[in-house]
Design a protein around this ligand. Structure first.
Ligand code: CDP
Ligand code: CDP
Length: 224
């Protein structure tokens, strides 16, 4: 089975690289962040305060987060409803990071992630893929970039969607989420010992992709 783990902080370019790599390999790409986002969204829809961990845990048994693959790539479903288009707001980003500190939430979502990787060849991106979800993955990358560069990338994304954002506010949001993600006790954001570190601050998308492809060829041979 092919297992490729791509971790790193927000806006580093993980999903851009992971998605294109999966496309070229003709295998699935799993965006695990979307699952934490969908969980946060479902809880928020129910009016649950995510800071109240006991209340979150009480809901977990009745929230099913699933992913589906089709023409539009990965779609994420909360109790059968496709929520993919509603989970990119700043509120849901923060909610995802806050809900992701709760071990019971992680165990539930990681189970789905590991079961998927047992069935299909996969490129997975997130925060704990190389360290916790797929510790035996043969290709692991830790992709990062300065917070200023990552904020700039997010700013340009919003701008392309016709929305003007304050770049300093975006950088603050990113720094705050990185802090929550790296400082949590259970499966924090961390580079795996056997992961290749890629600082993409001054790298274009194609350079990043080429670096990843080179490693995939080293490990798996002529698969793309
Ligand atoms: O998945 P992650 O949050 O790590 O980042 P992303 O969504 O893949 O990338 C954030 C934005 O940065 C996207 O709009 C990419 O097109 C852009 N990007 C870039 O400008 N240069 C790179 N080397 C990588 C991504
Ligand atoms: O796209 P971006 O990098 O901004 O975030 P994301 O990958 O969609 O992840 C949203 C949040 O989910 C992160 O800030 C983490 O708190 C959490 N997450 C996690 O804890 N573990 C993962 N494997 C993936 C995401």
């Amino acid at each position: 089975m092919i297992q490729i783990a791509i971790d790193g902080p927000a806006g580093a370019g993980k999903s851009t690289a992971a998605k294109e790599l999966a496309r070229r390999l003709h295998i699935n790409y799993m965006d695990t962040g979307a699952m934490y986002r969908a969980m946060a969204y479902a809880l928020m829809q129910r009016g649950i305060d995510i800071a109240d961990h006991a209340a979150v845990e009480k809901e977990l048994g009745s929230i099913d987060i699933a992913v589906q693959y089709g023409e539009q790539g990965q779609r994420v479903l909360a109790n059968g409803t496709d929520v993919t288009d509603f989970i990119r707001t700043p509120e849901v980003s923060k909610g995802a990071s806050d809900v992701a500190v709760i071990p019971a939430v992680r165990l539930k979502l990681v189970k789905t992630q590991q079961e998927t990787a047992e069935k299909y060849d996969i490129v997975m991106d997130g925060r704990d893929i190389g360290t916790y979800v797929l510790p035996d993955a043969k290709v692991k990358f830790f992709i990062t970039a300065s917070s200023a560069e990552r904020a700039k990338r997010r700013y340009l994304e919003w701008k392309a969607a016709g929305i003007q954002k304050d770049i300093r506010e975006l950088e603050q949001e990113i720094i705050s989420r990185d802090k929550t993600d790296s400082e949590r006790e259970f499966a924090p954001l961390r580079q795996a010992e056997d992961a290749i570190l890629l600082d993409t601050t001054d790298m274009g998308i194609e350079d990043v992709l080429q670096a990843v492809i080179r490693r995939v060829r080293e490990v798996y041979g002529d698969v793309l």
